[in-house]
Design a protein around this ligand. Structure first.
Ligand code: GTP
Ligand code: MG
Length: 506
């Protein structure tokens, strides 16, 4: 677990040292949620009511932490993690406790906090994880009125910060409930990489036909709500401690395969820290690559613009020098006695020749100035158009494209282009740095994309220690709790994370 904390620190320091300065120079916004979910890896249990979420938590913890029952049982979220003793904290304390990383949940409202609980239990599996139990979903169009808080928003928040989401169904409700449908189509969009769908209580099927019918109904309902090409995998399982009595009497389907499925789910739960590590590094890598393309194209466009404005400036200086030189060389022609006398006598007719020369010189200068400003405006407009930026993108990566087709670069470019357009429109091309220090920062970023960032993930070995632990409670262990878990009777330790945060931000 120390490895994961170290990795988090390394990821934060890479954000602070390699990314943030370049990002501020090119007005690149690094989304906070993608880079920073503090605390232990989180596993979120979602699903229809009475589908067995709390029972599954009790099963993997090896003891009854959560109440379970046939009627809707949980009406609030419960955060369950390791502690030397069994303790329960209320929601208000959870969001104000400096050592717990849930301060951002405070704005979900007093009704949500009134039903939020934080439980510690000395179960070994919880040493490296926080399990989040949720209220079951119901078939009500107005869930928020029923619960008193915005359930969907809470699900969205917990889902975004979770490393694994388990979505439970049971044979009674293989058709998704109203709430489940809207959560699949709204709150869980884009999170399918960390979503496992579970059909629980399969021991209740009296016959294989019933199982097939229910499984088919669930697939059908999911295919309508999850907009992916393939039907998602459904883990089919049951909880043995609960099922035995009934299964002995009426079970006609062999339960062996479902045991294997349950073991797979538990293995995935134990893999949550590894998922967290992967998510941290891949999130950093994605941001770093996007920032590199963003900065490279900004640099290219700003350099081209500066190059042209410099040329124009040089042209103006050259013309001024030419005019000055020509005037100097022809000074005897300009300042002859005849014109001097005509000027003092206000005899404009006699000054027609020099007047025409001066007038045409001024007219030509104005014309040149107008043409140049028009050309500059046109150039600026062409740079800040999508097509213009495409040209600079290709120019910035001409070496890479000359070697092979880089589809990955194009997909990053698609994600980054709207941001660059916004930046040049809002801040202008002049605001973008073209200094050698910015080029050095970009080079450093590109080097860490190649070597340092991928090597962060390699340093961790998740196959050791906690991944091989049994799913049994271990009340009498002597080890100290990990740094992230909280002993509730102790006075709060210094908030290490906040310090890190501050240093990362600075
Ligand atoms: N036969 C059988 N019963 C189960 C299984 N899992 C859970 N149950 C029972 O189903 C009922 C509901 O279980 P809970 O764990 O309370 O379900 P929940 O999803 O937490 O429900 P809510 O908190 O209301 O959302 C309880 O009576 C459990 O004993 C299973 O695999 N097989
Ligand atoms: Mg429950």
């Amino acid at each position: 677990m120390d490895d994961l904390i170290k990795l988090e620190r390394n990821v934060r320091s890479t954000y602070a040292t390699t990314l943030s300065l370049l990002a501020s120079r090119y007005h690149y916004h690094i989304p906070i949620s993608e880079r920073d979910v503090p605390g232990l890896p989180r596993v979120l249990f979602l699903g229809n009511h009475s589908s067995g979420k709390s029972s599954f938590i009790n099963h993997i913890a090896g003891t009854e932490i959560q109440h379970s029952g046939l009627a809707p049982t949980d009406d609030g979220f419960t955060l369950i993690t390791h502690g030397e003793t069994e303790e329960t904290l209320d929601g208000q304390t959870v969001v104000t406790h400096p050592d717990l990383d849930y301060q951002d949940m405070a704005d979900l409202g007093p009704e949500f906090l009134a039903k939020l609980q934080y439980k510690t239990y000395p179960a070994e599996i919880l040493r490296h994880l926080t399990l989040i139990d949720s209220p079951g979903m119901i078939d009500s169009a107005s869930g928020s009125q029923l619960r008193g808080y915005d359930f969907r928003e809470c699900v969205r928040r917990f889902s975004e910060s979770a490393d694994l989401i388990l979505f439970f169904f049971d044979p009674d409700k293989p058709g998704t409930t109203g709430e489940a449908i809207s959560i699949f189509t709204e709150q869980l969009v884009g999170l399918d990489h960390k979503l496992l769908i579970i059909l629980n209580k399969v021991d209740l099927f009296g016959h294989i036909r019933d199982f097939a019918r229910t499984y088919g109904t669930l697939c059908w309902n999911l295919s309508k709500t999850i907009p992916t090409k393939d039907t998602p995998r459904i883990y089919t399982t049951y909880i043995p401690d609960i099922a035995t009595g009934e299964a002995d009497q009426k079970n006609t389907i062999p339960l062996g395969d479902f045991d294997a499925s349950r073991e797979e789910i538990i293995a995935e739960i134990k893999r949550a820290p590894a998922r967290r590590a992967d998510n941290l590094v891949s999130g950093l890598l994605i941001q770093a690559k996007r920032l590199a393309v963003h900065s490279a194209v900004c640099l290219e466009a700003a350099s081209a613009y500066n190059h042209l404005t410099n040329k124009i400036r040089l042209g103006i200086c050259f013309s001024l020098l030419l005019v000055g030189g020509a005037s100097w060389l022809t000074r005897t022609w300009w300042f002859n006695d005849e014109w001097r006398v005509a000027f003092s006598e206000r005899n404009w007719q006699a000054l027609t020749t020099p007047g025409i020369v001066v007038g045409s010189a001024v007219a030509i200068s104005i014309l040149i100035a107008l043409i140049m400003s028009y050309a500059l405006r046109k150039l600026r407009r062409s740079i800040i158009s999508e097509e213009g930026l495409d040209v600079f993108f290709k120019r910035a990566y001409k070496n890479e494209f000359s070697i092979r087709k880089r589809a990955d670069l194009y997909s990053i470019w698609d994600a980054v282009k709207p941001g660059i357009l916004g930046v040049v429109r809002a801040h202008g091309l002049r605001s973008l740095s073209t200094s050698s220090s910015s080029r050095k920062l970009l080079k450093k970023l590109e080097q860490s994309i190649e070597k340092e960032i991928p090597s962060l993930r390699r340093k961790i070995d998740f196959t050791s220690s906690f991944l091989s632990n049994d799913v049994q409670p271990d009340v009498e262990h002597d080890e100290q709790p990990p740094k992230d878990s909280v002993s509730l009777d102790e006075s709060p330790a210094p908030p290490v994370r906040e310090e890190e945060d501050r240093s990362a931000k600075s």
